[in-house]
Write a protein that binds this ligand. Structure first.
Ligand code: RIB
Length: 311
């Protein structure tokens, strides 16, 4: 089953700082790193490195050197980039500060990601080949909606609602639109319009067939068919949390694809297994610098899952 990711692709410019500056403040970085990024591209890399899954990426880069490098990096990972358009103007750039606690602050200049407002014929063909369609909200919502509508009837739509958005006020009715919604705790509050995670879980799980709420070091919650499973996190020493959520989503989608099952046969145990694999991959990712640079191999993830099962 093929994973098709429709989403953003950025050149990340990362500054390592002691602490993230307050408004009006200047701080000096100890080092910097340029890495492939963008929530969509990061998720495609994670799905691909999870092993086995055929992965295609649909999005847009600009006509600059960054666009060429970003495309090559995906190709190098064995990702099908036939759906990666090249548009006039610059590629997306993300300016990222990572502090000594491994936390980050990100400013995205969307570039080509913001200029692609509808799918081309060739991109529609790629979407129609998806067994699992994986989307996020770092591209225009119209594009996410078009991709979701263009998927096969038996294909999954996994939506990672990041960056956060109050989707309902933008006219998106989640029911029928997504099979699995993945949000972190902040996104859960924004999408549900509630003030507490428990309330958000109740509201959102009534609106989608399956819900995953990631809670960083506190693990994640999986809800499906009235059943809930709490997934433990893997304790690690974090150095950079950038892209950890993307790694979770990519590996989650690849696990669904590997199951060969269709969304109408979803159950909580399949989703819990996918979330466990995603959590192991995300734990490894935070021990390394960068976004795509930090995505672990399938072998490393399998080893951590085995170690976690025995501890
Ligand atoms: O989720 C992390 C990503 O957010 C970074 O790679 C950056 O490009 C932004 O899109």
């Amino acid at each position: 089953m093929r994973v098709v990711v429709v989403g953003s692709i950025n050149q990340d410019v990362v500054a390592h700082v002691e602490r993230i500056p307050s408004p009006g403040e200047t701080v000096l970085a100890s080092s910097m790193l340029r890495s492939g990024g963008g929530k969509g591209a990061n998720q495609a890399v994670a799905a691909r490195r999870a092993g086995g899954a055929e992965v295609a990426f649909v999005g847009a880069v600009g006509v600059d050197v960054e666009g060429t490098q970003l495309r090559r990096a995906l190709e190098h990972d064995g990702i099908d980039v036939a759906g990666l358009a090249q548009l006039e103007g610059p590629s997306g750039i993300a300016l990222i500060s990572v502090d000594s606690q491994a936390e980050n602050a990100i400013v995205v200049i969307p570039g080509a990601n913001g200029r692609i407002i509808s799918l081309s014929d060739s991109q529609r063909t790629v979407v129609a080949e998806a067994g699992v369609l994986l989307t996020q909200l770092e591209i225009p919502l119209s594009l996410v909606a078009e991709a979701a509508a263009g998927r096969r009837a038996d294909a999954w739509h996994v939506l990672n609602a990041a960056p956060a958005s109050p989707l309902a006020s933008e006219g998106v009715e989640l029911r029928g639109f997504v099979d699995v919604l993945i949000v972190n705790e902040h996104e859960a509050l924004d999408v549900s319009g509630t003030d507490h995670v428990a309330e958000a879980v109740a509201v959102l799980s009534a609106r989608v067939p399956a819900l995953v709420v990631t809670l960083g070091g506190a693990g994640s919650i999986v809800v499906c068919g009235g059943e809930r499973v709490d997934i433990r996190s893997f304790p690690v020493e974090a150095v950079d949390t950038t892209g950890a959520g993307d790694t979770f989503c990519g590996v989650f989608a690849a696990t669904l694809a590997a199951s060969g099952r269709a969304p109408d046969s979803v159950d909580v145990s399949l989703l819990a297994a996918a979330a466990r694999a995603g959590a192991a991959a995300a734990a490894l990712a935070v021990t390394r610098l960068g976004a795509q640079d930090a995505v672990p191999s399938a072998a490393d993830v399998a080893a951590l899952l085995i170690e976690g099962a025995s501890s």
